[in-house]
Design a protein around this ligand. Structure first.
Ligand SMILES: [Cu+2]
Length: 225
């Protein structure tokens, strides 16, 4: 170092201010920089991972879960990060070709997305459903406010039994396609109509985010009737 004495105050100022400036520029230019939580998912009717986090997140080592909520129990045994990262069920750059990226039986994990983060969500069994009527409203909470090009809502056909059959594309009926949503934290999809259903079904939501070609795939268990 051969610092001139008169340069010292300026250098000190830069040394302190430069990182602060860089940090605030980062926030301005990249508001959606992905941290573990900087995404979204369906919170009502609760997606599988969100539902387990909501019911057991504060108490996830409670042995009663094995009897009371066995599918959540197996998911926590498999990997608690499935629940802690409930907003992360997405894939990128699919160009709309979802069926070749996601095979039958892997729909609820978004095709074993994120290195298999949520593969436990594909397990077949008695997932705890949310009661809904045959016309219902869905709320997709987006922590990152990515916006939506569209949201598609599918419901399983009457006769499909989520407690005994893996979920496949043929089990689903598309019942709602939305317009785009601007950046916001909650995308509310109203008047979703699934007539003729009774009992336990799966609502399958596909959210095409607007900031990238990033597509989210979420299973919510519901009980009609
Ligand atoms: Cu995100």
């Amino acid at each position: 170092m051969h610092a001139h004495t008169q340069a010292q105050p300026r250098r000190w100022t830069l040394r302190v201010l430069a990182p602060l400036l860089a940090a605030s520029l980062g926030l301005i230019l990249f508001p959606w920089t992905d941290s573990a939580d900087a995404h979204g998912s369906v919170v009502d009717p609760a997606g599988r991972a969100y539902g387990c986090a909501e019911r057991w997140g504060e108490d996830h080592q409670n042995p009663a879960m094995e009897q009371e909520d066995p599918m959540c129990w197996q998911a926590f045994q498999e990997n608690p990060n499935t629940m802690w990262n409930w907003m992360s069920l997405f894939q990128e750059n699919l160009a709309g070709d979802w069926k070749s990226a996601i095979s039958d039986g892997n729909l609820c994990s978004a095709g074993d997305a994120q290195g298999g983060l949520a593969s436990s969500l594909d397990e077949v069994g008695a997932w705890t459903p949310t009661d809904v009527s045959n016309t219902f409203t869905l709320n997709l909470h987006d922590n990152a406010s990515h916006g939506a090009d569209f949201i598609e809502v599918y419901v399983t056909k009457q006769g499909y039994d989520p407690t005994s059959e893996p979920l496949g594309w043929d089990d689903l009926e598309l019942v709602k396609t939305t317009e785009s949503y601007p950046q916001q934290e909650d995308y509310v999809v109203e008047d979703i109509s699934a007539p003729g259903r009774t009992g336990h079904h799966v609502v399958y939501t596909i959210w095409q985010a607007s900031h990238l070609d990033q597509t989210y795939f979420i299973c919510s268990d519901v009980n009609f009737g």
